[in-house]
Write a protein that binds this ligand. Structure first.
Ligand code: HEM
Length: 183
């Protein structure tokens, strides 16, 4: 967990998600108060339109939409420290536990990028403010996705470790060395 938070912090630096973006994201909250529910509807429409994902969400879409809207608004709290990291990592764990293929999590993020862009254009037009606001949105969505993926990576190592009896540390070192044996 601790090592993953270090990776999260590095990725946040790498994406250059700094105070300007944080302020821009916080100022987008009213835009997403208004458009968030429509974006969430489109998100679940995308999942319901594909048989493999529909089979997972069918029958519980109304409940899922409620948590999804709460998550959407948390993107615009303007704070992306440890609690934000923990929230995304936990979402990763929840999806791992449901045996949802990570490709679908990555794929459906597309509907949030597109829906977010449309909402920003509708409210802010297409000038520089809108361009910078959309850039900030994409950064925070990518950061969330990377963190969700960290939970998937962790779980895969745990499963291989449990199955093979090899220690987690050994497996982690093996992955870091690209599978090459120590000379
Ligand atoms: C960008 C991608 C996604 C985001 C941001 C997201 C967000 C969330 C959030 C915030 C929760 C509630 C977590 C909690 O209870 O702590 C959740 C739960 C859930 N999500 Fe997603 N989700 C994504 C992709 C998907 C996909 C692709 C599927 C199915 C194909 C899916 C199916 C579910 C299910 C079934 C639950 C309920 C799990 C449970 O209650 O045990 N999600 N999701």
């Amino acid at each position: 967990m601790e090592e993953n938070f270090v990776i999260y912090t590095e990725m946040k630096d790498f994406l250059k998600l700094g105070p300007d973006d944080e302020a821009r994201l916080a100022s987008l909250a009213p835009v997403f108060e208004k458009h968030g529910p429509g974006i969430t509807d489109a998100f679940y429409d995308a999942l319901l339109a594909y048989p493999k994902t529909a089979a997972i969400v069918d029958g519980r879409v109304d409940a899922l939409k409620k948590t999804h809207i709460r998550w959407t608004m948390s993107l615009f709290a303007g704070e992306y420290g440890r609690p934000f990291y923990e929230q995304q990592y936990r979402i990763g764990e929840v999806h791992v536990a449901q045996d949802i293929n990570p490709e679908f999590v990555e794929g459906v993020m597309n509907s949030l990028r597109l829906g977010g862009r449309q909402a920003i254009e509708t409210e802010l037009g297409s000038g520089m403010d809108a361009v910078l606001a959309h850039a900030a949105l994409v950064k925070v969505l990518d950061l969330a996705l990377m963190t969700i993926n960290l939970a998937y990576q962790d779980e895969r190592l745990t499963r291989i470790s449990n199955f093979t009896g090899m220690s987690r540390k050994l497996l982690e070192n093996l992955v870091k060395r690209g599978g090459k044996k120590k000379k």
